[in-house]
Design a protein around this ligand. Structure first.
Ligand SMILES: [Zn+2]
Ligand SMILES: [Zn+2]
Length: 237
């Protein structure tokens, strides 16, 4: 039964059966049982994996262990075998998602900053384990994004007026640029995306820390109030 089986592409059914056996062994081990893995593999080979050699079944289960670690999940006692093709990894990922083990969307690479941040946040909430390999050669993507045509005259005025001092924390920008000025960023207090204007009365020069605070901090509303109170030219829109 065991020698020279054909090396055809694994079907979804074969992968699903492998995943199910893997999950079964994982559950038993988590319950503190010692599992006869060879026996479980034999059952697989009598069923969905009848065309696969003992070795390739073993490798497939080790592949799944590797993928578990990559996903930040606790693997069962199968050793980690890394050479899982990206196509198979994606298909096994889909099967794990269908079994409710992972939310596949959270793991998908994306060129969209906001989506990346949302997925990052969701994964961080899961307290994932281990050290992922990541992507050796990230794909170059064409992205379509919406931006606003902004006035260079306003940006120049805001930066000149600040003279290198952040209007959020009153400290100098963190480093010097080639022209000797301190680095600051221009932020629209009422965001352009919320139909804020690109005028002196709605723009401030901020250090990168204060700028990120405006967008991400849990006290961003209070910080916005602080800007309105401290920067006299600002007008609420
Ligand atoms: Zn600042
Ligand atoms: Zn901003």
């Amino acid at each position: 039964m065991d020698t020279e089986k054909k090396q055809s592409k694994w079907t979804d059914e074969e992968l699903a059966a492998s995943v199910d056996t893997y999950l079964k062994i994982l559950a038993l081990e988590k319950a503190g049982q010692v599992v006869d893995k060879a026996h479980e593999q034999e059952i697989l080979q009598k069923g969905a994996l009848i065309n696969r050699s003992t070795k390739s079944v073993d490798f497939r289960l080790q592949n799944i262990s590797f993928l578990f670690v990559e996903l930040g999940l606790e693997p069962n006692s199968y050793p980690l075998l890394a050479n899982i093709g990206s196509g198979v990894a994606a298909r096994v990922g889909k099967i794990l998602a269908a079994r409710g083990v992972i939310d596949l969307d959270d793991y998908l690479p994306t060129a969209d900053e906001e989506t990346l941040n949302r997925r990052t946040q969701k994964l961080r909430e899961k307290n994932l384990l281990g050290e992922p390999e990541g992507i050796e050669k990230p794909k170059k993507m064409m992205v379509t994004s919406t931006s606003y045509a902004r006035s260079p005259r306003i940006k120049a005025w805001i930066l000149d007026n600040a003279k290198g001092i952040c209007e959020g924390c009153n400290r100098p920008g963190p480093f010097e640029l080639a022209d000797g000025s301190r680095f600051l960023e221009v932020h629209h207090v009422k965001h352009l995306a919320n139909r804020g204007s690109d005028r002196r009365s709605n723009a401030v020069a901020l250090c990168p820390n204060c700028h990120k605070r405006c967008h991400h901090a849990n006290d961003k509303d209070e910080f916005k109030e602080h800007l309105y109170e401290n920067v006299k030219r600002l007008k609420r829109e």
